[in-house]
Design a protein around this ligand. Structure first.
Ligand code: HEL
Length: 416
């Protein structure tokens, strides 16, 4: 953990306490899936990133409709930056891998880290019902762990909000919601799964997580993100400015793809992101997200016990698991990587680090609601962590590479 900053109170006693209270999954919990062994490829020295393949992937994003795409790899102290296309269609300014952007659900990892630090401090129990901290808020069976692993069954209110892409966005672009209002949208619908039984991705979980942070700390998530993560890691490009619509500093604009084929892209850069808040309203850069995930996977943000909890995987599909605010993706070369993806109007983000945090990549396309672009971005992970074809890490497993999966929401709701 990072030491010497006020407000985090990760005292040895709290860490020891958390070690003594490592929770056990209840009988109804989805079984945690083991990681693929991939012992051979992990034992070998990691292949060097394939920068040509990285650029090819970004170009493919452009070929499929993104005005710009960028990526930054941080590999044990060496940074590689690649960018293609434009940040601003009006001015033609070229996109830069240093541009800021909206990270969408990568914010969920920030929220989870705050809560796991509160566990380390003895202020929160992952297996306690949420209602023990927030009386009568939700179904009494839902625990904190269920929220953070998307196993609560709380209905995702964004399914309805964004059923029609551009009208849905314009209806909320300047709105300011309270957490309670967002939760009420969810509670108007029945639970989608019995709490604890299976993965059912829902932004509502991380709205409740934000509510918990406010309740336990008595402060807003902006302050908690800043004091626990942003300032200690010197994430100078990272902010949580809700409900301001601004993105400060040099940033790429985001362009939302309408549902109607051939309709012009909509500049969706400026919005309150109030529909997302602790589920998705962070602004950052490729450098900062790499620093964040490297610190997390390097064990510098939580105790080892809580990092282990974050990596208790609920199965998502054959090549992915969801921990606590953390995704695991198993690559074709047998390497697994850890981080999160983000979709917010105008921006797709993939931010992942290897075990130990030595190598990390963040790749971004400045469009969204474009499944083809979304499906191209996983290639940036392959390029970063699997290296060039023929290199050591490209084992026979490559031949069995999984088909890329479409990850988007309404109208074709796929949340894996
Ligand atoms: S969806 C996801 C991604 N997560 C979830 C969250 C986030 N983002 C959203 O819920 C955004 C919804 C609107 C997205 C919008 C677009 O593409 O800009 N699409 C529509 O309006 C479609 N009608 C699971 C993909 C994640 O990777 O975790 O971020």
């Amino acid at each position: 953990m990072i030491s010497g900053k006020a407000g985090r109170g990760t005292a040895l006693g709290a860490v020891l306490l958390s070690l003594l209270t490592v929770p056990v999954h209840s009988a109804t919990a989805a079984p945690a899936s083991p990681e693929p062994s991939a012992a051979g490829s992990r034992a070998a020295a990691p292949a060097a990133p394939d920068l040509e393949a990285l650029r090819t992937a970004l170009k493919a994003a452009l070929a499929n409709g993104a005005p710009g795409a960028m990526a930054r790899i941080d590999d044990n102290g060496t940074a590689h930056k690649v960018a293609e296309g434009v940040a601003d269609r009006a001015t033609g300014r070229a996109i830069s891998a240093s541009d800021r952007f909206r990270v969408g659900s990568v914010s969920k990892t920030f929220t989870a880290v705050v809560l796991l630090q509160l566990v380390d401090e003895g202020k929160l129990n992952l297996d306690a019902p949420v209602n023990s901290y927030l009386p009568d808020l939700i179904d009494q069976r839902i625990t904190v762990r269920h929220l953070l692993s998307h196993r609560s069954g709380l209905y995702d209110y964004t399914n309805d909000m964004f059923a029609r892409t551009v009208p849905g966005f314009e209806a909320v672009r300047n709105r300011v919601f309270s957490y309670r209002e967002l939760l009420d949208l969810s509670l108007a619908k029945p639970l989608t799964v019995t709490p604890g039984t299976s993965y059912a991705y829902s932004n509502t979980n991380f709205v409740v997580a934000g509510t918990l942070i406010e309740k336990i700390t008595g402060r807003g998530v902006a302050t908690e993100y800043r004091e626990r993560i942003i300032d200690p890691l010197d994430l100078d490009d990272t902010s949580y400015v809700h409900p301001s619509t601004a993105i400060s500093g040099r940033h790429t604009k985001g362009y939302l793809t309408p549902d109607e084929a051939g309709a012009p892209l909509v500049d969706s850069s400026y919005q309150t992101a109030s529909w997302a808040q602790s589920a998705g309203a962070v602004i950052s850069s490729t450098r900062d997200l790499n620093t964040f995930l490297s610190a997390l996977m390097g064990g510098r943000l939580t105790s080892a016990a809580q990092l282990t909890q974050m990596q208790q995987w609920t199965p998502v599909n054959s090549t992915q698991g969801y921990g606590l605010g953390l995704r695991r993706r198993d690559l074709s070369c047998g390497v697994s990587v850890y981080g999160h993806t983000g979709t917010v109007q105008g921006y797709y983000t993939f931010a992942f680090a290897a075990k130990g945090g030595g190598r990390a990549v963040t790749s971004v396309a400045n469009t969204s609601n474009n499944g083809t672009v979304l499906n191209v971005l996983p290639r940036t992970l392959e390029a970063t962590f699997c290296g060039a074809p023929g290199s050591g890490a490209r084992t026979a497993a490559r031949a069995a590479a999984p088909t890329e999966r479409f990850e988007d929401i309404a109208p074709s709701i796929r949340r894996d």
